[in-house]
Design a protein around this ligand. Structure first.
Ligand code: CTP
Length: 418
């Protein structure tokens, strides 16, 4: 796969050497996309860099066209390595201080990719305590720093501060790209909290019908009481929303929850497990069914028509329970079984083992297993394991929206591969 560099050129007399660097990298088969700071444009034109990179040259954070078509996050996401060459004392200071006041520095603060810096500045600026303090900070932060060369300066002085030769920078880039020990996300303090949501805008579920159940069910005891559980419906609603975003026709069968209907989703509200089953069956056929609802396993065998009263004996009213239909298992064994049938398994112990057993018992293709011993039910984040015929994938903890987006992307891949 082609390796990609995002080259940030900051303003300095050495900026013209960026052209030579791009030429060398391209010769090595490394793709380069360039970002110019405002002052760099005084030394090298976007046109000349654009001709060499064979790409648009990015510069202005507030160029709406650029932000709409390709945001700064995407610029960094598409690169294997960010290179700042030449890096002025000014951009080093901003990096060390976490300042983001233009496109280049915003990329540098938002990136989770390794960063290589090739400084170039006047010798006095290089030896200034402020610059040395900033360099120490950057080193500590995990930025890869090249030493500037010693020699004659543009300002008729002599000393340390010249940009390393483009060939040396290119060699360092190659070394970092090849070095498996370079941490993939060296600049983040907590990588588990920064999941790249898959891009659902490609609408790769176009033409598919996706059926989702979500929320709890309420099983009435009498006209005023019911059996329920703590499901908030958030995960199921997020999945329905992500499926619609990916272009699918979505039917969402929802138990009693107070959540807004996601855009583009057809919602059927139900209360009990039996109503949910009937709604699911009436929505078939479906290409994919994702049963996220926390369906009550039992209902009261004989729902009282009037409110049950205390009889004064001190004895609680007897409540005979009957088992509810299992919607997932019913679909799993039905003639109209969706091509891809996915269940969720809420467990409080031996999560994966229970999920593996549930997958075969209920005739599902995949089970998304989650540990609900913490505050998952009702909470915004989720840690899940995807159990398929091929094995178990452990996903890191992430927001429920990210679980939804990732699941929908996996579904689209699965359908595309069939
Ligand atoms: N499910 C269902 N109908 C039911 C019960 C569960 O469709 N009556 C579905 C859920 O939507 C979920 C999966 O089955 O996709 C697993 O739900 P879970 O409550 O974890 O499983 P249970 O069947 O209750 O199994 P157990 O009691 O052994 O945990």
């Amino acid at each position: 796969m082609t390796q990609r560099i995002l080259l940030i050129v900051s303003g300095g007399i050495a900026a013209y050497k960026a052209l030579e660097l791009v030429r060398l990298l391209k010769r090595k088969g490394i793709a380069v996309r360039a970002v110019l700071t405002e002052s760099a444009k005084q030394f090298v034109t976007p046109l000349s860099l654009g001709v060499l990179t064979e790409d648009h040259v990015y510069g202005d954070m507030f160029d709406l066209k650029e932000e709409r078509e390709i945001g700064h996050i995407q610029l960094s996401r598409e690169a294997d390595l960010i290179v700042v060459a030449p890096a002025t004392a000014n951009i080093l200071a901003k990096m060390a201080g976490g300042i983001a006041d233009d496109l280049a520095t915003t990329i540098l603060l938002a990136t989770d990719k390794p960063v290589l810096v090739a400084p170039a500045m006047n010798v006095r600026m290089w030896h200034h305590k402020a610059t040395q303090r900033n360099l120490a900070q950057l080193r500590e932060d995990g930025i890869h720093l090249m030493e500037p060369a010693v020699g004659a300066m543009a300002c008729n002085e002599w000393g340390k501060g010249r940009l390393p030769e483009p060939a040396e920078i290119a060699a360092e880039i190659e070394r970092l790209l090849a070095d498996a020990t370079v941490a993939p996300q060296p600049l983040l303090t907590d990588t588990t909290r920064t999941i790249n949501a898959p891009d659902l805008s490609q609408r790769n579920l176009l033409g598919r019908h996706v059926l989702v159940t979500a929320g709890p069910t309420h099983e009435p005891i009498d006209p005023v009481r019911y059996i329920a559980n703590r499901s908030s419906g958030q995960q199921g609603f997020a999945i329905a929303a992500a499926a619609a975003q990916a272009g699918a026709r979505v039917t969402l069968v929802a138990g009693p929850v107070a959540l807004p209907t996601p855009p583009g989703v057809t919602r059927i509200d139900v209360e009990t497990a039996r109503e949910m089953l009937a709604a699911v069956e009436s929505a078939l056929p479906a290409d994919v069914a994702i049963m996220v609802a926390a369906v009550a396993d039992w209902r009261v065998a004989d729902e009282a028509e009037q409110k049950i009263k205390k009889d004064g004996s001190g004895q609680p009213a007897p409540l005979a329970l009957a088992e509810n239909p299992d919607i997932l298992a019913t679909l799993g064994h039905s003639a109209q079984r969706p091509g891809l049938l996915i269940g969720f398994a809420a467990e409080t112990e031996t999560v994966v083992d229970h999920a593996i057993a549930k997958r075969s018992r209920k005739g599902a293709d995949w089970i998304v297993a989650n540990d609900v011993s913490g505050d998952v039910m009702g909470g915004a984040r989720n840690t899940v394991h995807l159990v398929t015929a091929a094995g178990v994938e452990d996903w890191p903890e992430m927001p429920k929206q990210a679980v939804a987006a990732r699941l929908i992307e996996r579904i689209a891949d699965e359908l595309a591969g069939r």
